[in-house]
Design a protein around this ligand. Structure first.
Ligand SMILES: CSCCC(=O)C(=O)COP(=O)(O)O
Ligand SMILES: [Mg+2]
Length: 261
């Protein structure tokens, strides 16, 4: 496999998760179906708890924002099976969460609730975080070369820590120097990468960002971050222009730090 050089000035790798460290199928076929299967039970069980109330509050603020932005939103069908105000309120939250997931929305509100729900799935051993075989050895190699390694995912920081804390390779959380999610900004916004560089304490040019999504790569490039697009099975097909523009890897093992052993 051809090697792809990353600049010698790189001091930090920033890694996306879905489609980059982890198969898209793990999110679509394992994580999301778990949410759909357990959503009603979870909301009914935790409805009066502060954490769940905060999640619901954030979702309602997202609904208000979507309405202000004239974004489409779920049509609430009159559900004869619900009788109490609480049941009605739970049904409305369920409608919105399932609608957001069907649209693969990356709202912080949705991702926060998902992270709270996946906690039980991981800690019970029902779900293990999937990572491609090339990921852990490459991260260990980069760290041996003095690089820092961070995660930037639409999944909440809690969801990230669950995935890598209960991964198929065991608890590998100690390989990461930090985690960012959309609370620092959307992944398709240039400013998010400027904020991440500031938070890490380096120049954007010192970061190399690995992602499967070219809209994210474009935003990172605009901030001065070096980017490599990761091509994994099931990822969205790239256009000819995208293939011509970006460095591409199918495995993290292809990445070589220029000017370092
Ligand atoms: C952290 S596991 C949950 C992943 C998730 O919900 C998601 O949307 C991943 O998006 P990414 O930005 O990592 O491609
Ligand atoms: Mg991704």
């Amino acid at each position: 496999m051809a090697t792809v050089s990353i600049p010698a000035c790189t001091s930090a790798l920033l890694l996306d998760i879905e489609g980059t460290t982890t198969p898209i199928t793990f999110v679509k076929d394992i994580l999301f179906p778990y949410i759909r299967e357990h959503l009603e039970e979870y909301l009914s069980t935790h409805w009066e708890e502060d954490e769940c109330k905060q999640d619901v509050h954030l979702l309602k603020k997202q609904i208000e924002e979507d309405m202000r932005q004239n974004r489409s939103c779920p049509v609430h069908t009159v559900d004869q099976t619900v009788h109490t105000d609480e049941e009605k309120a739970i049904r409305e939250v369920m409608d919105n969460v399932l609608w957001q997931m069907a649209a693969d929305r990356k709202s912080t509100a949705l991702k926060q609730l998902q992270g709270h729900m996946w906690r039980a799935a991981y800690s019970s051993g029902r779900i293990k975080g999937e990572v491609y075989q090339d990921v852990i050895p490459s991260i260990k190699r980069w760290r041996g070369q003095g690089l820092k390694v961070y995660i930037y995912s639409s999944g909440s920081v809690e969801a990230q820590k669950l995935l890598f804390g209960y991964s198929v390779e065991g608890d590998v959380l100690d390989l990461f120097d930090g985690h960012f999610d959309t609370s620092i900004g959307a992944k398709v916004e240039c400013k998010s990468y400027e904020r991440i560089a500031e938070r890490i304490g380096c120049q954007p040019e010192e970061i190399t960002f690995l992602t499967d999504v070219t809209r994210e790569a474009k935003a990172a490039e605009e901030a001065g971050v070096n980017v490599v697009v990761v091509v994994r099975p099931g990822n969205l097909e790239l256009t000819d222009d995208e293939r011509a523009h970006y460095d591409l890897v199918t495995s993290f093992s292809q990445l070589e730090l220029t000017g370092r052993a």
